[in-house]
Design a protein around this ligand. Structure first.
Ligand code: SF4
Length: 510
């Protein structure tokens, strides 16, 4: 026999003795309370000062700040979705005190009000978390990851194609002048040659006019005439456009027209796996105990050149340098090692071939490798495996892309002819030559000793689960793989909100 079914009472018009309070509906340890408590302790006077006053009243920036941060903590990045949550979600309603700013207000607050103001708020929260003992600013783990910009990948501008177009104009101007020379060849009275080197709108206009003047009253080939008309009509305008584009490019090779601050980069976590370049930003983050302590955005693909500025930003933010910094081989350059040494920071930073040196026996035991040759510092001489002296023949300075000056020394063996080891030693036609950067060799040796020490091994192991795990959380768990906003200042605020949400989410479960 079927048992009697009993349903729980369902009465939508049931009255309460006392109206329910939202506060009763929010659990004590809920992340929304953490956001509320932390942001209540932050000084936002700077943000408040940015309001001009007059007109209608404004929503309180502290409320908007809490709502925006909590939305990011809930993986909610669209202003329309945040607006919706303020009407439907009890936790948002509790946090906003039932204020209901619309999506435009939220967007303006995020994109305009927080511009240039959020970093200070973020730093205050990090210091609060450090006071709570969940993170330390003494040991930093640094890495970078690329995040796609909110920009169309097909609206690109390439520095190289601008350069090629300018070269093409230069070549065609020369060809047109050759025609003039041919015409005048018979008369032997050639006008002065224009300047072909300066490819800018004014100079090119002058050159085209000079060619036109020279061919005036002459019988000119129809095709040349057409070309000259085309050049006069289009080239000065095109060159003006190139000038503007070059100003936006700065030192970069590319940018997207929909977000000119975004640079085309190869994304590691490319969904299509087709190696396509996409407009994006290079996020540099320092972490400790999986909390983000600092973030900066770079417009370059390589991490090497970003460390100095990133570290300086940390020092400016917290008024103190870390005691140690751990990073992978992408950061192991002479410039970075020097900067860390000058700042007296213990650098657990790998360099290229660090692993190869440790793991590859062939590489480690190769007696012909320049690192394995005996060097007499007093006489500044290397000795090859045959015992022959390799004397210094030249010293010169080079500059890296970032302007760092490196001192290189060149050494050469006296006579390699007939040497039985030549086949294994080198492949050049003359006597063997090697180039050495003594400062870099010293810095790499120092880094190697640190990396192989007990502390170094511990830091290297920790780097993987400290900073790399943070990127995994942001991209996979928080689903943040593409910016919502455009422009360097706005995306910096956006990544700051993500970093803050990551930290507070982690703190709420700590
Ligand atoms: S080839 Fe030249 S540099 Fe190499 S071992 Fe022989 S003498 Fe020395």
């Amino acid at each position: 026999m079927k048992a009697k079914v009993v349903f729980k009472t369902y009465d939508q018009s049931q009255l309460s003795l006392l109206p329910p309070s939202y506060d009763d509906l929010v659990p004590t340890n809920h992340p929304v309370r953490i956001v509320n408590t932390i942001i209540d302790q932050i000084d936002i006077a700077d943000l408040e000062r940015s309001y001009k006053g007059g007109g209608t009243s404004s929503y309180h920036p502290r409320m908007l700040l809490k709502v925006t941060i909590y939305a990011y903590l809930r993986n909610m990045y669209s202003s329309r979705k945040i607006e919706q949550a303020l009407w439907e979600n009890i936790h948002f309603m509790w946090l906003s005190g039932q204020s209901k700013p619309d999506h435009n207000t939220i967007n303006d607050f995020r994109g305009k009000r927080l511009k240039g103001k959020f970093k200070n708020i973020f730093n205050q929260v990090v210091l609060l978390l450090a006071d709570q003992g969940v993170l330390s600013l003494k040991e930093l783990f640094v890495d970078g990851t690329k995040i796609e910009a909110n920009a169309n990948r097909f609206t690109f501008v390439w520095g190289k194609s601008i350069k090629n177009s300018k070269e093409r104009i230069k070549k065609q101007l020369r060809e047109l002048w050759s025609y003039v020379e041919k015409v005048y060849d018979q008369e032997q009275l050639l006008p002065n040659e224009p300047d072909f080197e300066a490819i800018d709108p004014a100079e090119v206009t002058k050159t085209i006019n000079a060619i036109n003047d020279a061919l005036k009253d002459k019988k000119v080939d129809k095709k040349v005439k057409q070309k000259l008309n085309y050049a006069k009509k289009n080239w000065p305008g095109n060159l003006m456009k190139y000038q503007e584009q070059e100003a936006i490019l700065g030192k970069r090779n590319s940018y997207s027209k929909t977000d000119p601050d975004a640079t085309f980069m190869r994304m590691k976590d490319d969904y299509m796996q087709n190696g396509q370049l996409k407009p994006g930003y290079n996020l540099q983050a320092s972490t400790n105990n999986q909390f983000i302590t600092n973030y900066t955005l770079a417009q370059t693909t390589a991490d090497t050149t970003t460390l100095k500025d990133h570290l300086q930003d940390h020092i400016n933010s917290y008024n103190q340098a870390p005691q140690s910094l751990t990073a992978d081989a992408g950061y192991g350059s002479e410039e970075n090692y020097t900067d860390l040494e000058e700042k007296e920071i213990t650098a657990y930073v790998k360099y290229n071939y660090f692993h190869k040196e440790q793991r590859d026996k062939k590489h480690r035991e190769n007696p012909f490798h320049p690192d394995k040759l005996f060097y007499n510092k007093e006489t500044d001489t290397y000795y090859c495996p045959m015992g022959q002296a390799m004397k210094k023949i030249k010293s010169y300075k080079t500059k890296t892309k970032s302007g760092f000056v490196q001192q290189i020394h060149r050494y050469q063996a006296q006579n390699c002819q007939g040497c039985p080891l030549r086949g294994s030693c080198h492949k050049s036609k003359g006597n063997r030559m090697i180039e050495r950067n003594h400062n870099l060799i010293r810095l790499k040796e120092k880094a190697k000793n640190l990396l192989l020490s007990e502390d170094g091994i511990a830091h290297r192991k920790r780097r993987c689960w400290d900073v790399e795990a943070v990127f995994g959380n942001i991209k996979q768990n928080m689903g943040f793989k593409r910016f919502m906003l455009r422009g360097m200042e706005k995306v910096t605020t956006e990544i700051g909100l993500i970093a803050m949400a990551h930290n507070l989410k982690k703190f709420s479960i700590a």
